[in-house]
Design a protein around this ligand. Sequence first.
Ligand SMILES: Nc1ncnc2c1ncn2[C@@H]1O[C@H](COP(=O)(O)OP(=O)(O)OP(=O)(O)O)[C@@H](O)[C@H]1O
Length: 234
Amino acid sequence: MIKAEHLYYAYVIGKKGKQTEVPVLKDVNFEIEKGEVVAVAGKSGSGKSTLLNLLSGYIPPDSGIITINDRNVTDLTEKEWAAFRLEHFGFVFQNYELIPSLTAFENVELPLILKGIDMDQRKTRVAALLHETGLENHSTHYPNELSGGQQQRVSIARALINEPEIIFADEPTGSLDSETEQEILKLIDSLNKEKNITFVIITHDEEVASRADRKLTLFDGVLKQGRGTYSEAQ
Ligand SMILES: Nc1ncnc2c1ncn2[C@@H]1O[C@H](COP(=O)(O)OP(=O)(O)OP(=O)(O)O)[C@@H](O)[C@H]1O
């Protein structure tokens, strides 16, 4: 479902004429099957977010190939990537990234408006997802009127609204207490089991990584499978 072959990416830093390349991903290779939950671990600065940005088309690799659903997506244009993301991906972030001036309902509805779905369908689908994520009584609340766990549920409902095959989650429980973390992990678990959604989760958290089917650890620009203790992966 997601395949990365020999991914290389370097940031170019410094002023013009004095620029240097800082390689972050040197030779990253992996394959993720449909329906897997994969944790991506690695020390701070090891390139986890960079990898996520490559996989989701926000930055092109300097070299290497990314294949998603048997399609080589490495050279998609920005416009093609935008359509591809809307069709196949959902995103969940540590800080929820909700729009503060929109209610929970409106935040979840927004991707459907972008896709041109008519109002009746939008209302039905958003209501169903808010129910599924346990938010039916909070649909008119604004983000600042919701707890962290509730905001993360809204962001998960928003990620689900276009029925994506893959959800990329960047530290999805990083801002939550341990009890709320458990609730969110249970929700991810049930979405994976019931809808067969593939999850790629960046995490520093051992609990999150241990509940994944597999853990990939970024170390020195390459990805090691099942290697390294949790402390190495911090
Ligand atoms: N825009 C940028 N320009 C230059 N260097 C960058 C840029 N973004 C990230 N880096 C560098 O690339 C490396 C990898 O960064 P990245 O954010 O991918 O790591 P990470 O594993 O996600 O870290 P963290 O766990 O702290 O979020 C770091 O050394 C960082 O300083």
